[in-house]
Design a protein around this ligand. Structure first.
Ligand code: C5P
Length: 225
């Protein structure tokens, strides 16, 4: 079974209030994107690591990356478009499976990725890392209207691991239908295919706001020591 990683990194990081896109912010000695790619580089089962980038991204080619499996592809308007563009980039020589991992999640645990891959391969089903919701969740706008029962609520993380063809078809279908596609699993659910939930570490945070930076820096320093 051949596996390729796709790293959507074409976002502008508007919620970060920072000049460069958030994947280029320095934390614990390296940019966030380098931390993420260094993690993925430790997985020998990946044939290629495709990084989806904005065509006007001036930063990527300056990074001191050494893994020859890393290649650049064009991103798109939304995250789902970036992932679909990377899948189409791979179309001349498609892998069996793709592992999609956010550039903005450098803290992912390698053992969690290994478990996601092996459990999905043995079940022959796609799946995602996810963590059970811990907090009490409210629905509302200015005031809380309702508390949502959390027993069966999960927070979706990445990586998300699906068969190449299944993900390409699902994303094309979902993008045409204009449903909200904020991760790969939402497209797979839209076409009624299974998504296995694999419990992963909750410190695999997506760096989104300035508050996330201090926590991520602390955790990255801890991981490196
Ligand atoms: O904006 P958000 O935090 O949801 O982005 C998640 C990931 O998707 C980030 O790594 C970001 O760079 C990427 N992305 C992308 N193409 C877009 C928007 C976001 O690759 N058009």
């Amino acid at each position: 079974q051949t596996i390729v990683a796709i790293v959507p990194a074409a976002g502008v990081g508007s919620r970060m209030q920072h000049n460069a896109p958030k994947q280029y912010i320095q934390l614990a000695g390296k940019t966030i994107l380098e931390h993420t790619l260094t993690k993925l580089s430790q997985l020998p089962q990946l044939q290629t690591i495709v990084v989806a980038l904005s065509d006007t991204d001036p930063y990527f080619d300056e990074l001191p990356l050494t893994d020859a499996r890393i290649v650049r592809s064009s991103g798109g308007k939304e995250r789902a478009d970036s992932v679909l563009n990377s899948l189409l980039f791979l179309a001349p020589n498609p892998p069996d499976w793709v592992l999609v991992h956010d550039a903005a999640r450098p803290l992912v645990d390698l053992a969690d990725i290994e478990r996601l891959i092996s459990e999905c391969l043995s079940a022959n089903e796609g799946g995602i890392l996810a963590t059970k919701v811990k907090d009490t969740i409210k629905r509302g706008d200015t005031h809380s209207k309702q508390t949502v029962p959390r027993d069966d609520l999960w927070q979706a993380l990445t990586p998300q691991f699906f068969k190449y063809n299944e993900l390409k078809d699902a994303l094309q279908n979902a993008l045409q239908s204009e449903v909200a596609i904020t991760d790969e699993a939402s497209a797979i659910e839209w076409v009624n295919k299974p998504v296995k939930l694999i419990a992963g570490r909750s410190d695999n945070i997506k760096i989104t706001t300035p508050e996330d930076l201090a926590l991520a820096g602390f955790l990255l320093n801890k991981q490196q020591n």
